[in-house]
Design a protein around this ligand. Structure first.
Ligand code: NAD
Length: 486
């Protein structure tokens, strides 16, 4: 057992899966959860097997009619209660999430508060799912009603387990759909805890199921005959597989995938604000953020001055056990740190210039922790691997631009299109770039500050569909048209 005083000690009481309102152990492979700050194993969770996936989907199917027919106001009450229960458990949930993911405690707490906000926002939508009436002449009227799409699968990543769960589960439940969630095999704990709280809040058994396990469990879920929609958050490679699997039941898909998001800094930008945004954008959660600002595209005239500020801020960041709330926690797993190290080694071998970092960090108190130094490569060619591919770690690359048009060309020269940042004092230029940049969300003179109610999702290889805000309801609603002859 890992020794930190805030480390939750009663996790072995959690069930491994929640199916039809009851906790279960797994029937598949046991899997050790490792504290990435110490390398010590603290819990074993047994994966679901295909039969348990089938049971979870069957229970969600069985519960669908009752939940869909629950009066919207009553559904709202249950979801508001769930939000309150999560808020009431925020300290414990944040500690579990922090320990499980390795993310600094204050960031984990922010994710929990975000989950509360999603449930509150979508609880408020339950009784506002209005349809239309369509004029067809004096003898006919057409109505549209929004029905829940059916049983929905939610396949989650390890970097934001509780907030990605909530941003899909809350709108699905609000419209009357039922869910089977599959958290990442690395970070299953918060999903199980939220599903337990859902039962306590009055969500009927079978409406909110959780099965844990790795890709085989996700694949069985995504391709199950009774799934109507799959909301997947993870890598682009896995997203493609999920899309294929979901073609068997002809299910809808929302794919929230990877990114290599550009942050454009023009010559007239406030460099202090830009440096703050760049540092936060790539080193928050140790760079393990889909929307990380991984490519700084900076005007030649201010590149050197900006890099100086960014390096100074990066080198001041602290490391420590996530439960001590440092600036940077460990990366999530040994394979993730090997992946990051591989990108950095290959970039060095290719002759690219690393101006800070580029190595593991072994704090005295945590010599086995998976820490990686904030790393910056400057003036990298657009076609280099480290400029093209998602590293998913604390690694920034810079590209130098000559003017706004060149910046836009560089920004759009990526297969990804998740978010983009623009720093400039010229508002109309910012808007022109914002309109032409290929990204689902654009920040001007700030970065990653959209909040919970603003639609989010990718273009190109970053995905399809939108979550958050009112746009997040669409995936879970099936529009039915009724034509009345009178
Ligand atoms: P991943 O693709 O490895 O795994 C994501 C989930 O898919 C996990 O639950 C995994 O068990 C499951 N899975 C694996 N193989 C599967 C298969 N064949 N069928 C069904 N499910 C399968 O991603 P990850 O490493 O957990 O997360 C990191 C990635 O997620 C990064 O690329 C990151 O950019 C992306 N991400 C995107 C967003 C977003 O909103 N766009 C948010 C967070 C993370």
């Amino acid at each position: 057992m890992t020794a930190h005083p805030l480390f939750p000690t009663d996790l072995d009481r959690l069930p491994h899966h929640l199916i039809d309102g009851a906790g279960h152990s797994g029937a598949g492979q046991p899997r050790a959860l490792i504290d990435p700050a110490t390398g010590e194993s603290y819990l074993s969770v047994v994966d679901a097997d295909p039969t348990q996936v089938g049971q979870a989907v069957a229970s969600a199917k069985g519960a669908l009619r009752g939940w869909a027919d629950t009066a919207p106001g009553a559904r709202a009450q249950v979801l508001f209660r769930l939000a309150d229960l999560i808020a009431g458990q925020a300290d414990r949930l944040a500690a579990v999430e922090s320990a499980n993911v390795g993310k600094p405690l204050s960031q984990a707490r922010r994710d929990v508060i975000r989950a509360v906000a999603y449930f509150r926002f979508y609880a408020g939508c339950c009784d506002k799912l209005n349809g239309d009436s369509i004029p067809l002449g004096p003898d006919q009227t057409a109505l549209t009603v929004l029905e829940p799409v059916g049983v929905t699968a939610h396949i989650l990543p390890w970097n934001y387990p509780i907030s990605t769960l909530a941003r899909g589960a809350a709108p699905a439940l609000a419209v009357g759909a039922t869910i089977v969630a599959k958290p990442s095999e690395l970070t299953p704990l918060s999903a199980i805890m939220v599903a337990q709280l859902a039962l306590e809040a009055g969500v009927p058994p079978g409406v909110f199921n959780v099965v844990c396990g790795a890709g085989d469990v996700g694949a069985a879920l995504a391709g199950h005959a009774d799934i109507a929609h799959v909301t997947f958050t993870g890598s682009t490679a896995t997203g493609r597989r999920v899309m294929q699997a979901a073609s068997a039941p002809v299910a809808g898909v929302t794919l929230e995938l990877g990114g290599k998001s550009p942050v454009v800094v023009l010559a007239d930008a406030d460099l202090g604000a830009a440096a703050d945004g760049v540092v936060r954008g790539i080193f928050f959660n140790a760079g393990q953020v889909c929307a990380a600002g991984a490519r700084l595209i900076c005007h030649r005239d201010v590149h050197e001055a900006l890099i100086e500020r960014v390096v100074e801020r990066a080198e001041a960041l602290t490391f420590g056990h996530p439960l001590d709330d440092p600036d940077l926690g460990p990366l999530v797993s040994a394979s993730q740190i090997a992946r990051v190290d591989g990108f950095v080694d290959r970039a060095r071998t290719a002759g690219l210039r690393c101006v800070t970092g580029g190595h593991r960090v072994r704090p005295d108190a945590l010599p086995n922790g998976l820490f990686y130094a904030p790393t910056i490569f400057t003036d990298v060619p657009a076609d280099s691997e480290i400029a093209r591919d998602e590293v998913f770690g604390p690694v920034l690359v810079t590209q130098i631009c000559e003017d706004a048009d060149h910046a836009l060309t560089l920004a759009n020269g990526s297969d990804f299109g998740l978010v983009a940042g623009i720093y400039t004092a010229d508002a109309s230029r910012a808007l022109q770039i914002a309109r032409r940049v290929e990204a689902g969300q654009v920040f001007v003179n700030g970065f990653l500050q959209g909040g919970d109610t603003v639609p989010f999702g990718g273009m190109k290889h970053s995905g399809i569909g939108r979550e958050k805000g009112l746009a997040g309801l669409a995936a879970y609603c099936a529009t039915k048209s009724i034509v009345l002859n009178h």
